[in-house]
Design a protein around this ligand. Structure first.
Ligand code: ADE
Length: 249
């Protein structure tokens, strides 16, 4: 997967991409990230990237020419790249959208700033707009980082354990079960016995029931679209999760 990021604040992106799993994914050539400074494509001697809105009003708008030149530069090298504008008006980002985008080979992430980008860029150069949530950021850079992070960890070979991403919170429509590590007793609270039992079937069942309980308690709306089969319902009954489930069946 190649990510090209277009921004007027390249430094905002650099350091988070040099840590942990993302750094390793770049090192292992699972992903490639290129950050382009839109200012480098500005035409005038002051390298202006924004201007006042026609029609008046608050704030500034990102000028079309530098963005178009930056996009054309990337496009010449990769005509099939999928161009995403990060904006609060876009399709809401989710685990499902991350999975969809992880199938593509090349993403161009255009980070908007100020009051937005000139409409002719959005209409003429952008394949889709994506928002990371129903709130307004000062720009698309943090949103671009979130996309890169969530997409990269879905690329085969990026996570150490082959099935880590498959067992994620959300990947089955459920929140992840609680996790424990050493010590066995902390603040007088014991790790559940079943997790120390070495009985893989029992552990799987406990985790499944704990996932469903956690989802019911914290994000019940996620269960509206989940149908449990007979053996799953049996496990849930065994762990006393059936009563709550009845509310949703
Ligand atoms: N730019 C400003 N707010 C944003 C949001 N919520 N998502 C993506 N890009 C943005």
């Amino acid at each position: 997967m190649k990510f090209d990021v277009l921004t007027i604040f390249p430094d905002l992106l650099k350091s988070p991409l040099q840590e942990g799993i993302i750094r390793r994914a770049v090192r292992d050539e699972k992903i490639e990230i290129e950050i382009h400074n839109i200012r480098d494509f500005a035409l005038d001697k002051h390298a202006m990237t924004d201007d006042r809105p026609f029609g008046g009003g608050e704030g500034m708008v990102m000028k079309p020419e530098p963005i178009a030149a930056a996009l054309r530069h990337v496009h010449t090298l990769a005509p099939d790249a999928h161009v995403i504008l990060l904006s609060p008006q876009g399709r809401l980002f989710s685990q499902e959208v991350a999975g969809e985008l992880a199938q593509l080979d090349h993403l161009v992430l255009l980070c908007g700033r100020y009051e937005g980008v000139d409409e002719r860029i959005r209409a003429g150069f952008v394949d889709e707009e994506i928002s990371i949530g129903n709130y307004v950021l000062t720009g698309g850079e943090l949103a671009a980082l979130i996309l890169i992070d969530a997409i990269t960890r879905l690329i085969p070979g990026v996570l150490g354990c082959a099935d880590s991403a498959e067992n994620d919170t959300f990947s089955q429509g459920l929140l992840k079960h609680p996790q424990f590590t050493r010590p066995r007793v902390f603040d007088s609270v014991k790790v559940p016995d079943v997790l120390l039992s070495g009985d893989h079937k029992a552990i799987f069942e406990w985790r499944f029931a704990a996932s469903v309980r956690q989802t019911l308690q914290k994000r019940p709306e996620l269960l509206e679209h989940v149908n449990f089969n007979k053996s799953e319902i049996k496990i849930l009954k065994k762990y006393g999760v059936d009563k709550e489930l009845l509310m949703h069946s």
